[in-house]
Design a protein around this ligand. Sequence first.
Ligand SMILES: C[S@@+](CC[C@H](N)C(=O)[O-])C[C@H]1O[C@@H](n2cnc3c(N)ncnc32)[C@H](O)[C@@H]1O
Length: 248
Amino acid sequence: MATVETHYKDVLSDVYSWMLGGFDLQLARNRSFFEKLRIRPDISRNAIDLGAGCGFQSIPLAELGYSVTAIDLDEQLLQELKANDPTATVKVIRDDMLAFADHITAAPELVVCMTDTLLHLETAARVRQLIDEVFAHLEVCGQFVLTFRDLSRPLENLDRFIPVKQDDDTVFTCFLEYEPNFVKVHDLVYIRSDAGWKLNKSFYRKLRLSPDWVRNQLVAAGFSDVRVDIEQGLASIVAAKSTGTDGD
Ligand SMILES: C[S@@+](CC[C@H](N)C(=O)[O-])C[C@H]1O[C@@H](n2cnc3c(N)ncnc32)[C@H](O)[C@@H]1O
């Protein structure tokens, strides 16, 4: 089985920004998302983007004035981030997000982990470990923002085949196979070249985490103000580390 790292390297990184509609669309969406949540630099101005990919959150945060450290396993996506960062300020680090604390010199006021990145961790125990680490390193009054799809309810039969995106030269289909604690995500990408169509295929596992479970872990870790919003199966969670909580 492919690891998350090899899955991105072999199949996903080449088509990641295309699959999501490109930089302009995604940067605009994330600017609006942060605006709606009134996310803006206030204390140290340090922000960490866990599983930053090509920078769809890092770049808007840098534009807002944060000093952003972007951590991801995938070198190609991090290079795309650097090439598309108009502020030229985002610091990119290729490493496991669980090791984020090795790369910070000052406590962050904001940590984000968005677009299913949390579900890429190997086990629910690692998710809890990450939440504990973020709580321990966040500044007092700092915030942790998470977004992920609620995969707790399974799709059935043909609904498990998802036409992700297509154009004249690329056709991307995804097939989801449900296991008790994971979804096996099979990505099938046909790419046209002079030699004809070539199929790139690979699968990896995503965790099936309910928003309630994640919320409970955040509260158990010490976050005091945890707001959960669910829209069309997409969970957005903002957790704040209040004054006087344990671990300050
Ligand atoms: C679905 S993408 C989200 C990227 C970006 N946040 C966005 O919204 O476009 C998940 C990203 O997490 C990265 N990733 C997965 N597991 C990781 C880990 N353990 N440590 C660091 N990055 C990881 C992948 O390489 C990928 O870039």
